[in-house]
Design a binder for this molecule. Structure first.
Ligand SMILES: NC(=O)c1ccc[n+]([C@@H]2O[C@H](COP(=O)([O-])OP(=O)(O)OC[C@H]3O[C@@H](n4cnc5c(N)ncnc54)[C@H](O)[C@@H]3O)[C@@H](O)[C@H]2O)c1
Length: 271
C-alpha cells in the first residue's frame, strides 16, 4: 500500500517505536491518529509531526477498554473519514517482582495490554476496513514472541499470542483485502527498556546504566522502517518479521504446519 493520502492509527504512538512509526508514516504522506493513554506523549508526537509539515491528531485511549477503542475508531472517522492502517503497538513489560512472584493483577495487565488489546483492536478494525475495501494491520510482537524469553515469561507468552493471531489471519486477504503482519523486534532503546533506571540512584543506577550500555539496542526508527515496509509490500501477509541489530530482518516461519491448507482446516466441522 502506498501510504500517501492514507490514514493510519498507531497505538502507543506517544513514545518509542510507535512515535517513530507515526513520524515515518506522516513523512511519507499519511495522516496519523496517535493513540496513547499518555496524552502528553501523544501530543508531543503530533507536535513533532506538525513541525515537520505532516498531519497527525492525538487521541487519549486505554487500549484495554472497549469504549476507548470505539472512541479511537470514531475519532479517526470524524477527523479523517476513516482509516486504512492499524498499528497495534501499545505494550508493557511485567516489571518487578519477576515471575513467578509477579502478583496476578500485574501479569494480567501484561496479557491485557500486550495480547487481549491486540485481539480486541483487530476484531473492531476488521469490519471497518472491510467496509472500506481493505487495509493493513501491523501488530507489534517481539523476538520474545518467537523464543522463550526467560526474563519475562508472561510477556513472552503474550507476544507468542500476537504472533499466533497474526499468522492465523491470512484468510483475511482473500476474504476482505486485509493484510495482517507482525513485527518482532530485538531489544530497542525506548522507555520500555530504559525507564527501569528511573527507580534507581547512586551506584545502583550507575551500574545498571553501565550494563544497559553494554547491551546492543536498536534505534526505534529501524522498527518503524520494518513496519513501513510491511505496510507497503502488497504480498506480505501472516508474516512474523524478526528485526535484529543493524536492521537485519528475517521472516520467521512457524516451526510446524498442519498437513492441510488453512482452507481445509476451516471446513472442519466444529462442535
Ligand atoms: N523496546 C523493546 O526492546 C521492544 C522489543 C520488542 C517489542 N517491543 C514492543 O514494542 C511496542 C512498543 O514499545 P516501546 O519499546 O516503543 O515502548 P514505549 O514504552 O516507549 O512505548 C509504549 C507506549 O505504549 C503506551 N501504552 C502502554 N499501555 C497502553 C494502554 N493500555 N493504552 C494505550 N497506550 C498504552 C505507552 O504510554 C507508551 O507510549 C510494545 O508492544 C513492546 O512490547 C519493544
Amino acid at each position: 500500500m502506498d501510504v500517501r493520502g492514507k490514514v493510519a492509527i498507531v497505538t502507543g504512538g506517544g513514545s518509542g517505536i510507535g512515535r517513530a512509526t507515526c513520524e515515518l508514516l506522516a513523512k511519507n504522506g499519511a495522516s496519523v491518529v496517535v493513540a496513547d493513554w499518555n496524552e502528553a506523549g501523544a501530543q508531543e508526537t503530533v507536535a513533532g509531526i506538525a513541525a515537520a509539515g505532516g498531519g497527525a491528531a492525538a487521541v487519549k485511549v486505554d487500549v484495554t477498554k472497549d469504549a476507548d477503542l470505539e472512541r479511537m475508531f470514531g475519532f479517526a472517522r470524524d477527523t479523517y473519514g476513516g482509516f486504512d492502517i492499524l498499528h497495534n503497538n501499545a505494550g508493557v513489560t511485567s516489571g518487578n517482582p519477576r515471575w513467578p512472584d509477579t502478583p496476578v493483577d500485574q501479569w494480567m495487565r501484561t496479557v491485557d495490554i500486550d495480547l487481549i488489546a491486540v485481539i480486541r483492536g483487530m476484531q473492531k478494525a476488521i469490519p471497518l476496513l472491510k467496509a472500506r475495501g481493505g487495509g493493513v494491520i501491523i501488530n507489534t510482537a517481539s523476538l520474545a514472541g518467537l523464543f522463550g524469553f526467560q526474563a519475562d515469561p508472561v510477556y513472552s507468552a503474550a507476544k507468542h499470542g500476537v504472533v499466533g493471531i497474526t499468522r492465523a489471519s491470512v484468510n483475511l486477504l482473500p476474504e476482505a483485502n486485509i493484510r495482517v503482519n507482525a513485527v518482532c523486534p530485538a531489544v530497542v532503546r525506548t522507555p520500555l527498556v530504559t525507564s527501569g533506571l528511573d527507580a534507581l540512584d547512586g551506584a545502583a543506577r550507575a551500574e545498571a546504566e553501565r550494563r544497559m550500555n553494554m547491551m546492543p539496542m536498536l534505534p526505534p526508527e529501524e522498527i518503524a522502517g520494518a513496519v513501513y515496509d510491511l505496510i507497503r509490500d502488497d504480498t506480505a501477509t501472516g508474516i512474523a518479521m524478526g528485526v535484529s541489530l543493524n536492521d537485519t530482518r528475517r521472516v520467521v516461519d512457524p516451526p510446524i504446519t498442519l498437513p492441510v491448507t488453512s482452507g481445509d482446516a476451516n471446513a472442519l466441522p466444529r462442535r
